[in-house]
Design a binder for this molecule. Structure first.
Ligand code: F6P
Length: 493
């Protein structure tokens, strides 16, 4: 599957994802500030340069006036980005509601509090309609951009109806759909009201991809159990029509990080950070402020470690970078307060007049962390802590490995992140719910001998630099081209 034989030189690729790689803020009637969006999908897809790509998505801002839409469209189109404008009501019902309050928690096995779950059930029909409406708007924009021979690659749980709407309009379109989150066990998925419609809509794609084999298997068994279709080693079959389902683990643009470490800007930042943290081991967490990331669990484990190993109290610090997201959703507001409370308590308990053990940095638009600062931080870090309760892949762990060729730091990685299947050989794998185990692994990581660190890093570095975002995209698109050719041959037989 790794051959790229069917990938044409600069094949035209329409990437469709809920969010564009940049989010816009209005600065005047026709003037816009564009900021890089957060998240794994954006950072991986930006590394994919081998196609002539048009990226279609929501610019993250509500613009209803003609002048605003036109000026923003032309600012974005210069970069190959095509906006899908969504009004406030749609964003609330589709993005905050159905996507992030229904599908997201379900796909990550996160139990909402009873009152939220009941509220979600009550508004489900209207949110589901908004979800379909938004998917139709995306379809209209894709169709306006589409040229014969283009490959259309739809991404994520926001756009599960998109393949259906596009195929209805043009059945010859080459169409793939990729999920960046886990797909849950069919036992969990079947609790979703309106579960069948979503599965049927996704199955109209020619190729369906997941990060891991387990997620693909869960999807196939949801189709067999809920829709009564046949699961085959190739995918899902419905009355002779096969939809290919397979695992395509994503990667990063590792070169971008490795090259950045050679620049003067990153080097001088590394010097600065080394000076600031001299005499202390640095542990790091970099997460979107999301309940799936297990940030409270990480903080509690760090607290337990400090409690049980007083000799480390003034010799280690945890830098926790948090990127707020979905701030209109209740569950996320609750998480923010919880994290602030725990950080405050730990810093109060173990801090001194001179310093605190946790440096908690909330990255906002006006306090963003530049790429060179992030690379420097990765490079000087002794231990990266990834404690996701469930995570599609977790590319932060990949970025850390890419920046560690000198230091050979240790990666503590949740076994519930997709990355555990690819970086498991070099990482210390943990169950984030077992606070004592995580605390013990912090001690192990901080005291690990250089020879073991080197060996673990070698495994992971090899993986990260060979299984890149570019290889991922080539593999998927090449498989999609093959799938179409095979389907055409089958109809001729
Ligand atoms: O991982 C799934 C995903 O949809 C990716 O796009 C990205 O990592 C993240 O979630 C972004 O979330 P949001 O756009 O809601 O902030």
């Amino acid at each position: 599957a790794l051959s790229a034989k069917h990938v044409r030189e600069k094949q035209r690729l329409l990437v469709v994802a809920n969010r564009l790689p940049v989010s816009a803020t209005r600065k005047g009637e026709s003037s816009w500030a564009l900021e890089l969006s957060a998240g794994g999908l954006v950072s991986a897809l930006l590394g994919v340069r081998q196609f002539e790509t048009r990226w279609i998505g929501w610019p993250g801002v509500n613009v209803q006036d003609d002048k605003g839409q036109k000026s923003l469209s032309s600012a974005l189109e210069e970069k190959g980005f095509i906006p899908v404008f969504l009004d406030e009501e749609t964003v609330d019902q589709y993005y905050n509601g159905y996507c992030n309050n229904v599908l997201w928690p379900l796909f990550h096995y996160i139990g909402l509090q009873q009152e939220d779950r009941l509220a979600a059930t009550r508004s489900l029909q209207s949110q589901f309609s908004a979800y379909k409406r938004a998917n139709r708007l995306f379809a209209e924009v894709v169709l306006s951009q589409y040229q014969d021979g283009d490959v259309v690659w739809c991404h994520d749980y926001h756009l599960m109806f998109l393949p259906k709407f596009l195929k209805e309009a043009n059945s010859r379109m080459k169409l793939g759909w990729f999920l960046h989150t886990p797909f849950p066990s069919s036992e969990i998925y079947r609790t979703l009201p309106l579960r069948s419609e979503l599965l049927k809509a996704v199955l109209t794609a020619d190729l369906i991809g997941f990060h891991t084999y387990d997620y693909a298997r869960h999807f196939v068994s949801a189709c067999t159990r809920i829709l009564g279709l046949e699961g085959t080693p190739e995918g899902v079959e419905d009355q002779g029509k096969l939809t290919r389902v397979a695992a395509f683990p994503i990667g990063i643009d590792s070169e971008r990080f490795i090259k950045a470490l050679e620049t003067d800007m990153v080097r001088s930042h590394i010097q600065k950070l080394r000076g600031r943290f001299a005499g202390r081991k640095v542990m790091l967490g970099v997460d979107r402020l999301d309940m799936i990331k297990g940030i409270p669990q990480k903080l509690l484990a760090f607290e337990k470690f400090l409690e049980e190993s007083p000799e480390w109290q003034d010799k280690v610090l945890l830098v926790q970078i948090a990127v707020p997201t979905r701030t209109d959703v209740h569950e996320y507001q609750r998480l923010t307060s919880q994290v602030h409370e725990i950080v405050g308590r730990i810093n109060g308990r173990f801090g001194t007049l001179g310093t605190v053990p946790i440096h908690h940095l909330v990255v906002m638009q006006d306090r963003s962390l530049e790429f060179h600062e992030l690379c420097a931080l990765y490079a000087i870090t002794d231990v990266l802590l990834v404690t996701s309760l469930r995570d599609g892949m977790n590319l932060v762990s990949y970025e850390y490995v890419a920046c560690q060729n000198t230091k050979k730091g240790v990666l503590i990685l949740s076994e519930f992140a997709g990355a555990a299947q690819s970086l498991g050989a070099g990482a210390i794998l943990i169950n984030p719910w077992n606070i004592s185990e995580v605390a013990a692994s912090i001690e192990d990581a901080l005291t690990m001998k250089e020879v073991e660190r080197k060996e673990r890093h070698r495994h992971n570095f090899m993986h990260v630099t060979t299984h890149t975002a570019q290889v991922w995209a080539d593999t998927f698109v090449s498989e999609l081209n093959d799938t179409i050719v095979e389907a055409e041959l089958r109809t001729l037989r």
